[in-house]
Design a protein around this ligand. Sequence first.
Ligand SMILES: [Zn+2]
Length: 255
Amino acid sequence: MAIITTPALVLRTIDYSETSLIVWLYTQQQGRVHVIAKGARRARSPFEGALEPLVLGELVFYRKANKPDALDIAKEFDPIDLHRGLRQDLDRMHRGVYLTELLGELAEPDAPNEEAWTAIVAALDALARGPASELEVVLFRAELALIASAGLAPALRGCASCGRPDVGAFSIPAGGLLCEEHARRDPAARRIPVGALKTLSALAAGERLRVGREIAGAIRGLLDDFITHHLGKRLRTQRYLTSRRPQRQRIGSPT
Ligand SMILES: [Zn+2]
C-alpha cells in the first residue's frame, strides 16, 4: 500500500453507509481517482465538510496495490480553494459543475493529464472570480481544452479530410472543419457562420475575445453535439447551459 499526496479537485460524492462517502476526484498526479472517505458524513468529520464538489484541495490517500477494483482510502483533504464565488451564483455554479462532469467523463481512471489539470484549475478560478461578461468564453475555452486533452480536438485549421485552408462547414463524424468539396460528400456536414468558425479557432488557440450572442449560440450547439457524439450520451448537466434559469439567483453554500 502506497501513500500519495497530490492536489485534487472533488468531482462528485456518493453517500456510502451511514458515515462514509465515496468521492471521485481529479488529481494532478494520478488523474481520476475514487476514494472512500471514512467518517466523512459524521458531524465531527475528519474532513470537516471539505469533500464537496468544486473544492480544490490537497489530498492524502492510500493506494491499494494490485487490486484494480479496490477503492483507495482518503486519509486527509485540506482545502486550498473552496471556490465560493462559484457556489454563490447559479450561473457560475452550473458552468463549474458541468465542466467537472465533462472532465469526469473524459478522464480515464489513473491517467494523469497535466493539460486537463491546468485547464480545469484555470477555468474554475476564472468562473469563480472573473467578470460575468466573460463566463461564456471561459466555458468554451475550457471545453475545447478538455476535449483536446483527451485527444479529441476537432480539426480547426483546415479541412479535416484534405487540409485545405478554405473551409465552410463542420462535420462531427469527420472530426472538424471541411472544405466545400468534402462538405458536399459528407451528409453530416453542416454550414456554420463564418464568424462562428473563426471564433471557434481563436478560442481553441486560447485567445481571449468577446463573443456575440448569435455566434455563442452556434458554438454552444456545436460543442453540445460534438461532446454528446464522443461520449455516446448527453451529459446530465448540459441542460443547464442551454435552458437558462433566471440569473443572479443567490443560493446558500451547500452543507
Ligand atoms: Zn477537404
